[in-house]
Write a new protein. Structure first.
Lengths: 301, 232
C-alpha cells in the first residue's frame, strides 16, 4: 500500500514539473497552449530512444529529451510568435496531435501504438521531488528578476511592454523554451519511471489537463499552480478508492464551473501563497468574527 | 541631438507622413501640434520603432537610431503612448519596477518617481487599473522615466483629462525638462503645448507646414485662427 502511494506521489511530482512549465507560458506570459503533452511526448520518447539506441546513461538521455523538446518549441515559436492572434494556439494544438500521430505511425523506431518497453527504470520518488524543488526555486527566482517581469509585462499589455523597452518576441520565445524544457524533462522522468511508453499517454486531453490546472490554480501564481496540481493530478487515484474514476471528468467540469463563477482569476488569482499572507488573512477573519460576536451579544443584551 | 530627416510613412496606400524633417535639441521641449489625422501619433511611432520607416530617417547624436522598439529604449529614447497603456492588473509599484527593465532594478529611479508624483506613493500598492485617468497618465509618464531616458516622447498626455489635471500634467512636463530630459510633445491642446514649448512644429496632412519658437507660433495669425480658436 505504501509503495502504491509513493507511486502516486512520484507521478504527481512528474506532472507537476510539466504543469509548472505550462504555468510560465500560460499563466505568466499569457500565451495559451493546447498541446504541451506533445512536448512531454517528445521529451519522453527522446529520452527513451537515446537510452535504447544511443546507449547513453539515463540522465544524459533526459538532456537529449529536453533539447529535442526545446527544438520543437523553437521551431513553432519562430514561425508563430511574431504573429498577432490565435496562430500560436493553433500551432501548439497541431504539434500536440502531430507528435502523437508520428509516434503511432513510425513503429520501427517508436514501437507505434504498441508502445516502447524495456526502458531502464531509473526514476524514483526522491529524484523527482528533488528536481521539483529545484525547479520551483529556480522559477521563483526567474519570475522576480528582469526577464520574469518582462513575461508578466507582455501578458498584461504588449504595447506598453514594447514602449518600455521589452523585446516582446524574445520574451515570449524565452517563456516557450522554458515551458518546453520542463515538459520535456517531465516526459523523460515519466519514461524512466514507467519503464514503457504509449502514444495514448500524451493525448490532447492530457494537454488540456495541464492548461486547466494552471487556470484553476490562478494564472500568474506559482503557488496557485502547485496547489491546484497537488489536488487535481492525483484526483483519479483518490477516486479509485471508491472505484469512482468515471466521476473524474464530472468533478473537473464542476470545479471549472465553480471557479469560473466564483473566482474567474483562479484559486490564487495572480497572488502568491505565503505563510505571512495566510496569517494576515486569518487574523483579519478572526477579528471580524469577534466583532460580529460582540455585536450579536450586545443586541441580545 | 534627435534629428528627423525626410521621414515618410504610408499605411498601405494612404500616405501618412511626407518628408518630415525637424530637430530636437538638447534639453528643450518641442511641441508638435496638428489636427486629428495629421500624422502626429504616426510620427511618434516611427521614431520609437513601432512602425518601420526608411533607414537613417531618424538620427540620434549623428548616428542612425535603432529600429526596433526595445533597442530605441536602450538608446535612451522612450515613448509614453497615447491612451496611457499601463499594466492594469499590476500594482503601481510593479508598474514602475517593470519600467526599469532596460536599466535593471533602480531604487533611485523609484524614489525620484515618488518625489515627482507624491500621489503615486500613496497608492503604491493599489492596482493600476483602479487609478483615475490623471493618475494613470502620471503613472505612464513616471514609468517612462524609470529607464532614465535622454528623450521622452509624450503622445497626447492631456487626452481625456479634466482641465485642472491637464495643468498638473503640463507643469510636470516642465519639471521633467528642468531635470535635463528633452521632451518631444504631441498635443491637440495647442495653446498649452505652445506655452510650454521652446520650439514647435505644425503638422498638416503629414507635412510640417510651420516651425518656430513656441511664442512665435502662438502669435501667428493663421495658427491662431486654425488651432487656437480665433481671437486670442
Amino acid at each position: 500500500m505504501l509503495s502504491y502511494w509513493t507511486g502516486v506521489a512520484t507521478l504527481t511530482g512528474i506532472y507537476l514539473i510539466a504543469t509548472l512549465g505550462v504555468s510560465i507560458l500560460v499563466g505568466f506570459t499569457g500565451l495559451f497552449s493546447l498541446g504541451h503533452a506533445g512536448f512531454m511526448a517528445i521529451g519522453a520518447y527522446g529520452t527513451a530512444l537515446a537510452v535504447k539506441m544511443l546507449h547513453l546513461p539515463f540522465y544524459a538521455a533526459i538532456l537529449v529529451g529536453i533539447l529535442a523538446s526545446m527544438l520543437a518549441g523553437a521551431l513553432i515559436g519562430k514561425a508563430t510568435l511574431r504573429l498577432k492572434g490565435d496562430y500560436f494556439v493553433i500551432a501548439t494544438l497541431a504539434i500536440g496531435e502531430c507528435t502523437k500521430l508520428l509516434i503511432e505511425n513510425i513503429p520501427s523506431i517508436t514501437g507505434g501504438a504498441r508502445g516502447l518497453a524495456d526502458i531502464p527504470r531509473k526514476t524514483n520518488f526522491f529524484v523527482v521531488w528533488t528536481i521539483l524543488v529545484i525547479v520551483v526555486v529556480l522559477l521563483h527566482r526567474f519570475l522576480n528578476a528582469k526577464h520574469g517581469r518582462g513575461c508578466v509585462a507582455v501578458r498584461e499589455e504588449e504595447l506598453a511592454a514594447k514602449s518600455i523597452g521589452i523585446d516582446t518576441t524574445r520574451t515570449k520565445m524565452l517563456s516557450l523554451l522554458i515551458s518546453c524544457a520542463l515538459c520535456g524533462m517531465a516526459g523523460g522522468l515519466l519514461a524512466g519511471y514507467m519503464g514503457y511508453l504509449y502514444p495514448i499517454m500524451f493525448t490532447m486531453a492530457k494537454s488540456n489537463e495541464l492548461t486547466m490546472t494552471v487556470i484553476l490554480g490562478g494564472a500568474g501564481s506559482l503557488t496557485g499552480t502547485i496547489l491546484a496540481g497537488l489536488v487535481l493530478i492525483p484526483l483519479p487515484e483518490y477516486l479509485r478508492i471508491e472505484s469512482a474514476e468515471e466521476w473524474r471528468m464530472v468533478l473537473y467540469g464542476v470545479l471549472v464551473v465553480i471557479v469560473v463563477v466564483f473566482k474567474p482569476s483562479g484559486l490564487m488569482g495572480n497572488k502568491e501563497f505565503t505563510v505571512s499572507g495566510l496569517l494576515r488573512r486569518l487574523k483579519k477573519w478572526f477579528s471580524k468574527e469577534k466583532r460580529n460576536g460582540e455585536k450579536g451579544a450586545g443586541e441580545r443584551g | 541631438m534627435l534629428h528627423v530627416q525626410k521621414l515618410s510613412y504610408a499605411y498601405k496606400k494612404i500616405q501618412a507622413l511626407t518628408d518630415v524633417s525637424f530637430e530636437l535639441r538638447d534639453g528643450e521641449i518641442m511641441s508638435i501640434i496638428g489636427a486629428n489625422g495629421a500624422g502626429k501619433s504616426t510620427l511618434m511611432k516611427c521614431i520609437a520603432g513601432v512602425l518601420k520607416t526608411q533607414e537613417n530617417a531618424v538620427q540620434l547624436d549623428g548616428r542612425p537610431l535603432a529600429r526596433r522598439p526595445h533597442q530605441v529604449v536602450q538608446h535612451g529614447v522612450v515613448l509614453v503612448p497615447e491612451g496611457r497603456w499601463i499594466f492594469p492588473g499590476l500594482s503601481v509599484e510593479e508598474n514602475l519596477e517593470i519600467g526599469a527593465y532596460v536599466v535593471g532594478s533602480s531604487k533611485q529611479g523609484k524614489e525620484r518617481a515618488f518625489t515627482m508624483f507624491p500621489k503615486l506613493k500613496d497608492r503604491r500598492r493599489q492596482r493600476a487599473g483602479t487609478l483615475s485617468g490623471g493618475e494613470q497618465q502620471m503613472l505612464a509618464i513616471a514609468r517612462g522615466l524609470m529607464s532614465d531616458p535622454k528623450i521622452i516622447m509624450l503622445d497626447e498626455p492631456s487626452l481625456g483629462l479634466a482641465p485642472l489635471i491637464v495643468n498638473d500634467i503640463f507643469s510636470i512636463i516642465q519639471q521633467i525638462n528642468r531635470e535635463g530630459v528633452s521632451v518631444l510633445l504631441v498635443e491637440q491642446n495647442a495653446r498649452k503645448a505652445l506655452n510650454v514649448a521652446d520650439r514647435a512644429c505644425v503638422l498638416e496632412q503629414g507635412r510640417i507646414v510651420k516651425q518656430g519658437t513656441g511664442s512665435e507660433l502662438a502669435s501667428d495669425e493663421s495658427i491662431i485662427s486654425a488651432y487656437l480658436g480665433g481671437k486670442k
